[in-house]
Design a protein around this ligand. Structure first.
Ligand code: G4P
Length: 505
C-alpha cells in the first residue's frame, strides 16, 4: 500500500460528552467492532482523568467533574466529533462547551444518544433541544422504539427496517440485531408488539414529513448532525453507527498554516503538537508530546524541524496507542496521532515538519480560564527552579500563566479552567522541581484577550477592579470580576475588541 492509500483510509475523530454519558463505554465498543482504532493518549474522559491524577498525585477524587483544557485540544486534532448524549438527560453543561469548539471549527458532528435501555426522554423532544440550543439541523439515521424495560430496538430509516433489541443481548460481546421490514406485520407483532408498532408508524410518518432531508454536504460542513440511538453498554446500535459514520466522514482534511493550506497527501511530513503529558516517572522530568500528523509520512529515523525551537532533531520513542497498549512505531501517516518523547522543548501548538519544507500551523486556541491565583516561591533562592517549573507546566497546557506587565516573575498569576489544576500545580512544583509555593486565590472570574484597542491598555477607561496582564506570548489581557465590568470596558472604550480565546497564531 503506498502512503496515499494509507492516508485515504484514515479517519481521525474525537469522542466527546458530559462526564458519565457513556464516552468510555462507546469507545470500548467501537474498539470491539472496528479492530483498527487507535486511541490518542487518554481519550477516556472521566476514568483516565481520575487514574492519571491518582497515579502521581496520590489524590483520588472520584467523580470529580473537573474539566481540563485537554478535552478542548483533542478536538483541535480531530476531523470530526462524536457527541455522546445521555438519553435521559439531553444536553448537559460540558456538552455545550464542547459543541462551541466543534462549531468554531465547522467539523462534522455525529450524535449518539445513549442508554436507551434505561428510561429516556421523548426522542422528538431531544431532537428539538439539539436544534434549538446548537442551531444545527438533525437527521435521525435511526429511531428508537420504546426505552427502558420496553426498549424494543431501532428503526433504520434508510433501509426501512427494524433492528430488534432482545433482552438476551445484554452482556454479550457482539450482537447481530434481528432485521425485519416495516411491512412484515406478523413478525413485527411478535418482535415489538402491536401497540409499539402503531406508535412507530406514526413517529416515522411525522419524521419523514417534518425532519431535515439528508444532505451529506451539510453533514460535512457541520450544519447537519446525523443522530443515532443506541445503548453502548449492551452494544446495541454501535455497529450501524460505525458503518454510517465511516461512510459519511472523510479522510484527513487539509490544515491551515501561515503559508496556506497543507495537503494531507503532500509528500513532506508535517504535524502539530496538541497535547503534552507529563511523564509519570518522577526521576526523569520527561514528557510525551502528542502530535497530529497533517501531511505525508513520518519515518522514525529521519530528522525533522521543530519550527518554534528552530532545531532539526530526531523524534525519539515515537509511539501510538492501540487499544490500551502503547507501541513504538517506525512510520505513521497524515491523520495519525503519535506521541514522542519530549525533553521539555515542545509547547502546545508547535509545528514539526520536513526541514526542507518549512510550514507553521495555526496555533491551538487558548480558552479563557475561570479561576485565578497569584503564586510565588517561598524560598527566594529557588527563583530559577520556580520559573522553570511554572513555565514548563504552562507549556504543557496544564495551567495558563500571566504576569503584570513590567513586573518580572516574582509574582505569577496562574489561571485554570478547573480548580483542581491549582492543586496539581502546587504538588508538581514541590515534587518535580522541589519548590514550595505560596498561593493566594484571586476574585477574578473572567479574562479576555485584547484583540484591538484604541489606546495603550493602561490608558483605557476601566472599572477600578479591572486589571491588565499579559500571557507568556506577550499578549495583552484584562481580568474582570464580573460581566458587568466587561460591558463597562466595551462601552467606555470605542474600538476596544475583547475575545474569549486567543488564536495563538
Ligand atoms: P463517560 O466516559 O462519558 O464518563 O461515561 P462511561 O462510559 O464511563 O459511562 C458512565 C456510566 O454509564 C457507567 O456506569 C456505564 O456503565 C454506564 N453506561 C454507559 N453506557 C450505557 C448504556 O448504554 N446503558 C446503561 N444503562 N448504562 C450505560 P457506572 O456505574 O458509572 O460505571 P461502571 O461501574 O458500570 O463502569
Amino acid at each position: 500500500m503506498d502512503y496515499r492509500q494509507e492516508i485515504e483510509r484514515r479517519r481521525t475523530f474525537a469522542i466527546i460528552s458530559h462526564p458519565d454519558a457513556g464516552k468510555t463505554t462507546l469507545t470500548e465498543k467501537l474498539l470491539l467492532y472496528g479492530g483498527a482504532i487507535q486511541l490518542a493518549g487518554s481519550v477516556k474522559g472521566k476514568a483516565t482523568a481520575r487514574h492519571a491524577v491518582s497515579d502521581w498525585m496520590e489524590l483520588d477524587t472520584p467523580g470529580h467533574q473537573d474539566f481540563s483544557e485537554d478535552t478542548y485540544r483533542t478536538l483541535m486534532a480531530a476531523d470530526s466529533a462524536v457527541m455522546v448524549i445521555d438519553a435521559a438527560k439531553g444536553i448537559e453543561p460540558q456538552t455545550r462547551k464542547l459543541f462551541k469548539i466543534c462549531a468554531m471549527r465547522h467539523i462534522p458532528i455525529f450524535t449518539f444518544i445513549n442508554k436507551l435501555d434505561r428510561e429516556a426522554r421523548d426522542p422528538f423532544e431531544l431532537m428539538e433541544e439539539l436544534e434549538k440550543e446548537f442551531g444545527i439541523g438533525t437527521y435521525p439515521v435511526n429511531w428508537p422504539i420504546g426505552c427502558g424495560h420496553d426498549f424494543k430496538g431501532v428503526f433504520d430509516r434508510d433501509r426501512r427496517e427494524i433492528l430488534a433489541f432482545q433482552e438476551f443481548h445484554r452482556g454479550q460481546n457482539k450482537i447481530s440485531a434481528i432485521e425485519c421490514e416495516l411491512t412484515d406485520t406478523e413478525r413485527l407483532d411478535e418482535l415489538i408488539g402491536h401497540l409499539m408498532w402503531e406508535k412507530l408508524v406514526e413517529d416515522i410518518e411525522l419524521l419523514d414529513g417534518a425532519s431535515y432531508e439528508f444532505d451529506l454536504d451539510a453533514v460535512r460542513a457541520g450544519e447537519l448532525s446525523p443522530v443515532f440511538f443506541g445503548s453502548a453498554l449492551t452494544n446495541f446500535g454501535v455497529e450501524p453507527f460505525l458503518e454510517n459514520f465511516l461512510s459519511m466522514t472523510t479522510s484527513p482534511l487539509p490544515r491551515e498554516t501561515a503559508e496556506g493550506a497543507v495537503d494531507p497527501m503532500g509528500e513532506d511530513f508535517s504535524a502539530f503538537v496538541f497535547k503534552i503529558q507529563a511523564n509519570m516517572n518522577k526521576a526523569h522530568r520527561d514528557r510525551i508530546a502528542f502530535m497530529r500528523i497533517c501531511s505525508g509520512k513520518f519515518e522514525r529515523d529521519r530528522e525533522y524541524l521543530h519550527v518554534q525551537g528552530g532545531k532539526v532533531l530526531k523524534l525519539a520513542q515515537p509511539q501510538q496507542m492501540m487499544a490500551q497498549e502503547r507501541a513504538i512505531i517506525n512510520e505513521a501517516f497524515a491523520g495519525d496521532i503519535i506521541g514522542v518523547f519530549d525533553p521539555g522543548i515542545f509547547s502546545i501548538g508547535d509545528t514539526v515538519c520536513a526541514p526542507k519544507h518549512k510550514v507553521q500551523f495555526e496555533g491551538i486556541p487558548t480558552f479563557a480560564p475561570e479561576h485565578f491565583s497569584v503564586i510565588s516561591q517561598v524560598d527566594t533562592m529557588k527563583r530559577k527552579q520556580f520559573t522553570k517549573g511554572v513555565t514548563q507546566i504552562a507549556q504543557e497546557g496544564a495551567i495558563q500563566m500571566f504576569h503584570a506587565p513590567n513586573s518580572g516573575m516574582e509574582e505569577v498569576i496562574v489561571g485554570a479552567v478547573g480548580v483542581l489544576q491549582f492543586e496539581v500545580l502546587e504538588y508538581r512544583l514541590k515534587n518535580e522541581y522541589n519548590v514550595d509555593i505560596r498561593r493566594r486565590d484571586l476574585s477574578y472570574s473572567f479574562i479576555r484577550w485584547i484583540e484591538k484597542t484604541p489606546k495603550k491598555p493602561d490608558e483605557l477607561n476601566l472599572a477600578s477592579d479591572t486589571r491588565w496582564v499579559q500571557d507568556f506570548h506577550g499578549k495583552d489581557l484584562l481580568l474582570f470580576n464580573n460581566e458587568w465590568s466587561i460591558r463597562w470596558a466595551e462601552q467606555k472604550n470605542e474600538g476596544l475588541e475583547l475575545s474569549e480565546f486567543s488564536r495563538n497564531w
